[in-house]
Design a protein around this ligand. Sequence first.
Ligand code: NAD
Length: 338
Amino acid sequence: MSIQVAVNGYGTIGKRVADAVELQPDMELIGVAKTSPNHEAELAVENDYPLYAAIEERVELFEEAGIDLAGSVEELVDAADIVVDACPSGIGAENKSMYEEYDTPALYQGGEDADLVDTSFNARSNFEDASDADHVRVVSCNTTGLSRLLAPLQEEYGVEKARVTLVRRGGDPPQSGRGPINDILPNPVSLPSHHGPDVNTIFPDLAIDTLGLKVPATLMHTHSVNVTLEDVPSEEEVKELLGSQSRTFLVPPKYGIDGAGKLKEFAMDRGRPRADIWENCIWEESVSIEDDDLYLFQAIHQESDVVPENVDAIRAVLGTADAEESIERTNETMGVGF
Ligand code: NAD
């Protein structure tokens, strides 16, 4: 029987994970839970995703909007083999006791604290750690992007120290209330930023310092990366290594892609759903070696890079595939890899 998957929280991440689960031959999306009958609720209905009320007091709002509900979130969680919690930061922690009550393992997203869960997760880096866990956190978009980059570098050359400046988008495109509108904010202003410790939830012993900025952009994050390596490869060897990873895209100079705008256009031209870019986008020309130091720029699509990771985390928790099988199946069904 296929894995019965529930998605609680059907927003930016939840709706993408639901669509990705629906594509998996070994999974069945048994429902999504929502708080309000907005356009996304209608989309779920149009997609034939059974819709459940996340909050009992709001059932009436769905009735008034003429949207049929299949039941309550508790019923959905009870029926599921696993639940993907894609609620706003902090709500996942509030939901944990419900998942425990129904004995349903849960995946949480990067907005939750690492100490909420048994393990944090990145498919390329620590797939096996999630085996049999009850509570697993798929790390944030930025930590996912850094883990995918650092895992092969660590394995091939050894990382003495990573230093990363994260130039972060102010908000996602629909987040009209977020900023800055016309500013460049050191954020957080104190150093190092929380991103390095978050990477340490995946690589406990890795030396990494991070700095964060927030800018008036919505499309993607950009990382300026410096990694001091123990064994120093040539630039060509690093390009070959990063180009061989299934979730990193080495942006070739001939494409003339100079930033996030053209990357998103590229994704749209290639028919990507919601113009999603699931891969790290590493500018090939930026890959440089100076003495022991590797430098590069990568762009990360915050709304979608964690989506294939959630699919893999489902198999990791339930032990239905190993890392290689799962990553390959997810990539193939979703179309990951340009
Ligand atoms: P979102 O606000 O777009 O979506 C969250 C959805 O959950 C909304 O539809 C909201 O109405 C719903 N919701 C609120 N309370 C709920 C409840 N009690 N029960 C069920 N649903 C509820 O948020 P998002 O961007 O999808 O973020 C979700 C999680 O993913 C957060 O932990 C966030 O940090 C993480 N994350 C976000 C991004 C990103 O860039 N958007 C990237 C990676 C990880």
